[in-house]
Design a protein around this ligand. Structure first.
Ligand SMILES: Cc1cc2nc3c(=O)[nH]c(=O)nc-3n(C[C@H](O)[C@H](O)[C@H](O)COP(=O)(O)OP(=O)(O)OC[C@H]3O[C@@H](n4cnc5c(N)ncnc54)[C@H](O)[C@@H]3O)c2cc1C
Length: 460
C-alpha cells in the first residue's frame, strides 16, 4: 500500500492548485486523475480528422488573482495575451470600442461609453444608474435573479441586448433567469468599476493543455506524484481515521483526501460514505441544485485574415464572441486564419446537428465580416461541451459546500464549491487553495491578495 500525506483526486485546475499548494507547504502529495491528461475542462486535444489541436477558448480577467499567481509561479504568465479594449460589433458593421481612458476608476470607461454608438441616450442613462448600484459592491445575498433586477431597475430593451446580455451571458453562461444578481453584479463591479487592471481581458495564446502544462510541471517539481489514467474507484475511512482509496488497480493510503472532481463524480463518491439518512438527504438536495450549462464552439479555418481583429463581442446574434486564434497566437500570415465562434448557454445547439450549427453560424458570421464570403473556407469543426460550467442560479450559494466536510480528513475542491466566484478557472484555483488551507488548518493560508481598487474606488 502506497502511503502519502494527502491524496488529491482530479487534476483539473482545482486539483492542480490544491496539490501544488500542499506540496509546496511540505506535504507528500499524490494526484490521481482518471483521464490521460491534466487540465480537466480546460483542455485541448488533437482532432484526428482536422489534424489540428483544438480547444474551447478560455479567457481570464485581471481580477483573477489566484489563477494569475499560479501562472506566475509556473512561469506561464507570458503566454497570456492582454487586451484593454473590448470591441462590440453590430451586424450592420457599427463598432463600439470600450476601453479605459484617463479618468480615475470608476469613471475610467466613461468616455468610450458616452461615445458608444451601440446605445442611445436613454440606454446609457439606465445602464449608468444600474452600474451605480454595483459601485460599492454587489449584493451578498444571491436570492434575486438578474432577470428580476433588470425589470426592477427599468433597463431598456436595447441596454439589455447590447450591454447587459453580452457581458452576463458570456461570463456566467446562462439566461438572466438562471443567474443571480450577486454574480452578475460581481462581474460588473470587478470588470467595469473596480480598476482598469481588474477588467483587463487575458487570452491564453496557446492551446489549453499546452498552456496548463507548466502548472503540472510546477506540481511535479514541488514533489507531487501525478498519476494519469488513475480514476478513483472507491474511497473509505479506516478505523484509525486515515483514508484508503482504490484507483487503477492500486490501493493508496493517506491522512487526508481532497476530492477535486466535478460535482457529478463527487456526488457518487460521497454517496458511498457512511452518513445519517438526514445528511444523505441534505447532500442529495444540494447536488440536485446544480445545473450544468453548455457551450458550443465553432472552429473555422480560412485561407486569409477575414476580420482584422483579435477578438470581438458580436451583438444581436447567437454567437457571443469571435476569437481569431491565428492572430492571438501570432501565426505568420501565410498560415491563414483560424478563428473560433463561441455560443454560450447553447441548449438549442445541443439538439442540433453539426451541419445545421455550422451553416447558421457561418451565415451570421459573414454578416459581421463580409470579407469571409470572398475567402476560402479550408476546414471547419464544432465542439459541444454539454457540462461546460454550472449556472449560478438564484439561491445556489446555500448548496455550494465548504471545502471542509463532515468527515474528518476529507475535503472538497472544484469550481462548484463555496468560493464566492462563478464557474471559472479562478473559482477552481481558489477552491483548490482553500481546500489546501483547510487541510493545513489555516483556510486562507494559500490565497493571493485581491487587486487593490484604484482611483475614487479606493474611498468606497
Ligand atoms: C467550453 C468551456 C469554456 C469555458 N470558458 C471559460 C472561460 O473563458 N474562463 C474561465 O475562467 N472558465 C471557463 N470555463 C470553465 C472552466 O474550464 C472551469 O471552471 C474549470 O476548468 C473547472 O476546473 P475544476 O478543476 O473545478 O473542474 P474540472 O475541470 O471538471 O476537473 C475535475 C477533474 O477531476 C477528474 N475526475 C473526475 N472524477 C474522477 C475520479 N473518480 N478519479 C480521478 N479523477 C476524476 C476529471 O477527469 C477532471 O480532470 C469554460 C469551460 C468550458 C468547458
Amino acid at each position: 500500500m502506497a502511503k502519502s500525506d494527502v491524496i488529491v483526486v482530479g487534476a483539473g485546475v482545482a486539483g492542480l492548485a490544491a496539490a501544488t499548494a500542499l506540496s509546496q507547504a511540505g506535504a507528500r502529495v499524490k494526484l490521481l486523475e482518471r483521464r490521460p491528461y491534466i487540465g480537466g475542462r480546460a483542455y485541448s486535444y488533437e482532432h484526428p480528422a482536422l489534424e489540428e489541436t483544438i480547444d474551447s477558448q478560455h479567457v481570464v480577467l485581471g481580477c483573477c488573482t489566484n489563477l494569475l499567481d499560479l501562472a506566475q509561479q509556473a512561469g506561464m504568465a507570458e503566454t497570456i495575451r492582454w487586451y484593454d479594449e473590448l470591441i462590440f460589433l453590430e451586424p450592420n458593421g457599427q463598432r463600439t470600442p470600450l476601453r479605459p481612458g484617463r479618468l480615475p476608476a470608476p469613471m475610467h470607461q466613461t468616455m468610450s461609453f458616452l461615445r458608444a454608438p451601440m446605445l442611445g441616450l436613454a440606454d446609457k442613462a439606465c445602464i449608468a444608474s444600474g452600474l451605480l448600484r454595483f459601485l460599492r459592491n454587489y449584493p451578498r445575498d444571491d436570492s434575486e435573479s438578474f432577470a428580476s433586477w433588470l425589470k426592477r431597475t427599468g433597463q431598456t430593451e436595447r441596454a439589455i441586448r447590447h450591454f447587459w446580455e453580452p457581458v452576463v451571458v458570456g461570463a456566467l453562461n446562462d439566461t438572466f433567469e438562471r443567474c443571480s444578481v450577486k454574480y452578475a453584479g460581481k462581474v460588473f463591479h470587478e470588470s467595469f468599476l473596480r480598476s482598469p487592471e481588474a477588467g483587463r481581458l487575458g487570452v491564453p495564446a496557446a492551446p489549453l493543455s499546452e498552456f496548463f502544462a507548466p502548472i503540472a510541471a510546477l506540481a511535479s517539481r514541488a514533489g507531487v506524484d501525478v498519476r494519469l489514467k488513475a480514476g478513483l474507484e472507491s474511497l473509505e475511512q479506516t478505523s484509525d481515521g486515515r483514508w484508503t482509496v482504490r484507483a487503477a488497480g492500486e490501493t493508496h493510503c493517506a491522512d487526508a483526501v481532497v476530492l477535486a472532481s466535478d460535482f457529478k463524480q463527487t456526488r457518487v463518491l460521497l454517496n458511498s460514505l457512511p452518513a445519517t439518512v438526514e445528511d444523505k438527504a441534505r447532500m442529495e438536495a444540494g447536488f440536485e441544485a446544480f445545473v450544468p450549462a453548455p457551450i458550443t464552439t465553432i472552429h473555422l479555418w480560412y485561407d486569409r485574415d477575414v476580420t482584422g481583429l483579435d477578438h470581438a463581442v458580436l451583438l444581436d446574434t447567437r454567437i457571443q464572441w469571435v476569437f481569431v486564434k491565428s492572430r492571438i497566437r501570432r501565426w505568420p500570415v501565410e498560415r491563414g486564419c483560424y478563428l473560433e465562434l463561441v455560443i454560450s448557454a447553447s441548449w438549442p445547439e445541443l439538439e442540433m446537428g453539426r451541419e445545421e450549427i455550422l451553416s447558421s453560424a457561418i451565415a451570421e458570421f459573414e454578416t459581421f465580416f463580409p470579407a469571409a464570403r470572398q475567402a476560402k473556407l479550408v476546414k471547419t469543426g464544432v465542439l459541444k461541451e454539454a457540462r461546460a460550467t454550472f449556472s449560478v442560479t438564484p439561491g445556489l450559494d446555500r448548496y455550494r459546500p465548504a471545502q471542509a466536510t463532515q468527515w474528518p480528513g476529507l475535503f472538497l475542491a472544484g469550481d462548484w464549491t463555496a468560493t464566492e466566484w462563478p464557474s471559472t478557472m479562478e473559482g477552481a484555483v481558489r477552491s483548490g487553495r482553500l481546500a489546501a488551507g483547510a487541510v493545513m488548518g489555516d483556510r486562507g493560508r494559500f490565497m493571493a491578495p485581491e487587486l487593490p481598487a484604484t482611483g475614487l474606488m479606493k474611498f468606497l
